[in-house]
Design a protein around this ligand. Sequence first.
Ligand code: NAG
Ligand code: NAG
Length: 174
Amino acid sequence: MKILLLTLAFAVLCASEISMFPKQFAKFSGNWLLLYIASNNTEKMSENSPLVIYVRSIDFDSDGKNITAKVYNKYNGQCLPVTSTGVRTQGNFFTADYAGVNHFQIVYVTGKAVIVKKTNVDEDGVVSKFIALLGRTNTVSDLVFEEFKKWTRKEGIPEENIVNVFSKDDCPVT
Ligand SMILES: *[C@@H]1O[C@H](CO)[C@@H](O)[C@H](O)[C@H]1NC(C)=O
Ligand SMILES: *[C@@H]1O[C@H](CO)[C@@H](O)[C@H](O)[C@H]1NC(C)=O
Protein backbone atom coordinates (compact mmCIF):
# COMPACT_ATOMS: atom_id res chain seq x y z
CA MET A 1 0.00 0.00 0.00
CA LYS A 2 2.79 2.35 0.94
CA ILE A 3 4.54 1.59 -2.29
CA LEU A 4 1.37 2.18 -4.28
CA LEU A 5 0.87 5.54 -2.57
CA LEU A 6 4.45 6.50 -3.22
CA THR A 7 4.10 5.53 -6.86
CA LEU A 8 0.93 7.58 -7.11
CA ALA A 9 2.53 10.55 -5.42
CA PHE A 10 5.48 10.28 -7.76
CA ALA A 11 3.20 10.07 -10.81
CA VAL A 12 1.27 13.14 -9.66
CA LEU A 13 4.51 14.97 -9.02
CA CYS A 14 5.81 14.15 -12.49
CA ALA A 15 2.52 15.14 -14.09
CA SER A 16 2.44 18.47 -12.29
CA GLU A 17 6.06 19.17 -13.17
CA ILE A 18 5.24 18.69 -16.81
CA SER A 19 2.00 20.66 -16.74
CA MET A 20 3.74 23.56 -15.01
CA PHE A 21 6.33 23.61 -17.71
CA PRO A 22 4.55 25.98 -20.13
CA LYS A 23 4.62 28.77 -17.55
CA GLN A 24 8.35 28.42 -17.28
CA PHE A 25 9.29 28.13 -20.91
CA ALA A 26 11.35 31.28 -20.95
CA LYS A 27 13.89 29.82 -18.57
CA PHE A 28 14.55 26.94 -20.94
CA SER A 29 15.47 29.30 -23.73
CA GLY A 30 19.10 29.35 -24.71
CA ASN A 31 21.81 27.02 -25.87
CA TRP A 32 21.02 23.36 -26.34
CA LEU A 33 22.74 20.47 -28.11
CA LEU A 34 21.10 17.41 -29.55
CA LEU A 35 22.97 14.52 -27.95
CA TYR A 36 21.08 11.36 -28.85
CA ILE A 37 18.20 10.49 -31.08
CA ALA A 38 16.41 7.21 -31.67
CA SER A 39 13.85 6.39 -34.33
CA ASN A 40 11.85 3.39 -35.41
CA ASN A 41 12.83 4.34 -38.97
CA THR A 42 16.58 3.95 -39.40
CA GLU A 43 16.38 5.48 -42.89
CA LYS A 44 15.73 8.83 -41.21
CA MET A 45 18.81 8.56 -39.04
CA SER A 46 21.68 9.07 -41.47
CA GLU A 47 24.13 11.88 -40.87
CA ASN A 48 22.63 13.85 -43.79
CA SER A 49 18.97 13.23 -42.95
CA PRO A 50 17.04 16.51 -42.58
CA LEU A 51 15.65 15.03 -39.37
CA VAL A 52 19.07 14.66 -37.80
CA ILE A 53 19.59 18.19 -36.64
CA TYR A 54 22.65 19.67 -35.01
CA VAL A 55 20.98 21.96 -32.50
CA ARG A 56 22.49 25.21 -31.27
CA SER A 57 19.71 27.09 -29.49
CA ILE A 58 16.02 26.92 -28.69
CA ASP A 59 14.04 29.99 -27.74
CA PHE A 60 10.53 30.28 -26.46
CA ASP A 61 8.79 33.60 -26.85
CA SER A 62 7.54 35.32 -23.71
CA ASP A 63 4.06 33.81 -23.77
CA GLY A 64 5.51 30.37 -24.53
CA LYS A 65 3.48 30.17 -27.73
CA ASN A 66 6.14 30.02 -30.39
CA ILE A 67 9.45 28.29 -30.38
CA THR A 68 12.44 29.07 -32.58
CA ALA A 69 15.27 26.62 -33.03
CA LYS A 70 18.62 27.41 -34.57
CA VAL A 71 20.13 24.25 -35.94
CA TYR A 72 22.39 22.91 -38.65
CA ASN A 73 21.42 20.32 -41.18
CA LYS A 74 24.03 18.40 -43.09
CA TYR A 75 23.77 18.26 -46.82
CA ASN A 76 26.44 16.14 -48.52
CA GLY A 77 28.44 16.45 -45.31
CA GLN A 78 28.21 20.26 -45.32
CA CYS A 79 26.65 22.12 -42.42
CA LEU A 80 23.82 24.42 -43.44
CA PRO A 81 22.33 26.79 -40.85
CA VAL A 82 18.55 26.55 -40.54
CA THR A 83 16.14 28.49 -38.35
CA SER A 84 12.99 26.57 -37.73
CA THR A 85 9.90 27.77 -35.90
CA GLY A 86 7.25 25.79 -34.15
CA VAL A 87 3.96 26.61 -32.51
CA ARG A 88 2.72 25.30 -29.19
CA THR A 89 -0.69 23.80 -29.77
CA GLN A 90 -1.44 23.03 -26.12
CA GLY A 91 0.43 22.14 -22.95
CA ASN A 92 3.70 20.53 -23.97
CA PHE A 93 2.57 19.77 -27.50
CA PHE A 94 4.12 21.55 -30.47
CA THR A 95 4.01 21.37 -34.24
CA ALA A 96 6.72 22.45 -36.65
CA ASP A 97 7.08 22.11 -40.38
CA TYR A 98 10.44 20.82 -41.59
CA ALA A 99 11.00 17.76 -43.72
CA GLY A 100 7.24 17.30 -43.57
CA VAL A 101 5.09 17.87 -40.50
CA ASN A 102 6.36 17.26 -36.99
CA HIS A 103 4.34 16.86 -33.83
CA PHE A 104 6.35 16.83 -30.69
CA GLN A 105 5.91 16.71 -26.98
CA ILE A 106 8.36 17.57 -24.25
CA VAL A 107 8.19 14.60 -21.89
CA TYR A 108 11.04 15.20 -19.47
CA VAL A 109 12.78 18.33 -18.32
CA THR A 110 15.53 19.29 -15.94
CA GLY A 111 17.66 22.43 -15.99
CA LYS A 112 20.27 20.50 -17.97
CA ALA A 113 18.37 18.03 -20.15
CA VAL A 114 15.19 17.72 -22.17
CA ILE A 115 13.63 14.62 -23.66
CA VAL A 116 11.35 15.11 -26.64
CA LYS A 117 8.98 12.63 -28.23
CA LYS A 118 8.34 13.37 -31.88
CA THR A 119 6.37 12.06 -34.83
CA ASN A 120 7.31 13.10 -38.34
CA VAL A 121 5.09 12.67 -41.38
CA ASP A 122 7.31 13.26 -44.39
CA GLU A 123 6.30 14.61 -47.82
CA ASP A 124 5.46 11.07 -48.97
CA GLY A 125 3.25 10.42 -45.94
CA VAL A 126 5.76 8.11 -44.23
CA VAL A 127 5.30 8.22 -40.45
CA SER A 128 8.36 7.89 -38.19
CA LYS A 129 8.67 8.28 -34.48
CA PHE A 130 11.61 9.66 -32.57
CA ILE A 131 12.88 10.20 -29.07
CA ALA A 132 15.51 12.92 -28.70
CA LEU A 133 17.73 13.87 -25.80
CA LEU A 134 19.02 17.42 -25.63
CA GLY A 135 21.55 18.72 -23.17
CA ARG A 136 22.89 22.09 -22.13
CA THR A 137 26.36 20.61 -22.50
CA ASN A 138 27.65 17.51 -24.25
CA THR A 139 27.30 15.30 -21.19
CA VAL A 140 24.28 14.11 -19.24
CA SER A 141 24.09 12.02 -16.11
CA ASP A 142 23.56 8.25 -16.29
CA LEU A 143 20.18 8.86 -14.72
CA VAL A 144 19.08 11.10 -17.59
CA PHE A 145 20.47 8.70 -20.18
CA GLU A 146 18.51 5.86 -18.52
CA GLU A 147 15.39 8.04 -18.68
CA PHE A 148 16.00 8.55 -22.40
CA LYS A 149 16.36 4.79 -22.91
CA LYS A 150 13.17 4.24 -20.93
CA TRP A 151 11.28 6.46 -23.38
CA THR A 152 12.72 4.67 -26.40
CA ARG A 153 11.62 1.32 -24.92
CA LYS A 154 8.19 2.77 -24.21
CA GLU A 155 7.93 3.67 -27.90
CA GLY A 156 9.10 0.22 -28.93
CA ILE A 157 12.27 1.61 -30.53
CA PRO A 158 15.14 -0.90 -30.33
CA GLU A 159 18.23 0.20 -28.41
CA GLU A 160 20.45 -0.35 -31.47
CA ASN A 161 18.53 2.48 -33.18
CA ILE A 162 20.01 5.02 -30.77
CA VAL A 163 22.37 7.38 -32.57
CA ASN A 164 24.95 9.57 -30.83
CA VAL A 165 24.36 12.78 -32.79
CA PHE A 166 26.83 14.78 -30.79
CA SER A 167 29.73 12.58 -31.91
CA LYS A 168 28.95 13.61 -35.52
CA ASP A 169 28.36 17.27 -34.74
CA ASP A 170 31.27 19.09 -36.35
CA CYS A 171 29.14 22.09 -37.39
CA PRO A 172 30.20 25.58 -36.31
CA VAL A 173 29.79 26.54 -32.68
CA THR A 174 27.63 29.66 -32.48
C1 NAG B 1 3.78 32.73 -33.70
O1 NAG B 1 3.72 31.96 -34.88
C2 NAG B 1 2.58 32.23 -35.67
C3 NAG B 1 2.54 31.20 -36.79
O2 NAG B 1 3.79 31.07 -37.42
C4 NAG B 1 2.67 33.67 -36.18
O3 NAG B 1 1.55 33.97 -36.98
C5 NAG B 1 2.73 34.61 -34.96
O4 NAG B 1 2.92 35.93 -35.41
C6 NAG B 1 3.84 34.22 -34.04
N1 NAG B 1 3.75 34.99 -32.78
C7 NAG B 1 4.80 35.60 -32.24
C8 NAG B 1 4.51 36.33 -30.97
O5 NAG B 1 5.90 35.58 -32.75
C1 NAG C 1 7.16 3.88 -36.94
O1 NAG C 1 6.10 4.28 -36.10
C2 NAG C 1 5.02 4.86 -36.79
C3 NAG C 1 4.03 5.39 -35.75
O2 NAG C 1 3.65 4.39 -34.89
C4 NAG C 1 4.42 3.84 -37.74
O3 NAG C 1 3.33 4.42 -38.42
C5 NAG C 1 5.48 3.39 -38.72
O4 NAG C 1 4.99 2.40 -39.58
C6 NAG C 1 6.71 2.88 -37.98
N1 NAG C 1 7.79 2.67 -38.94
C7 NAG C 1 8.55 1.57 -38.93
C8 NAG C 1 9.63 1.53 -39.97
O5 NAG C 1 8.39 0.68 -38.13
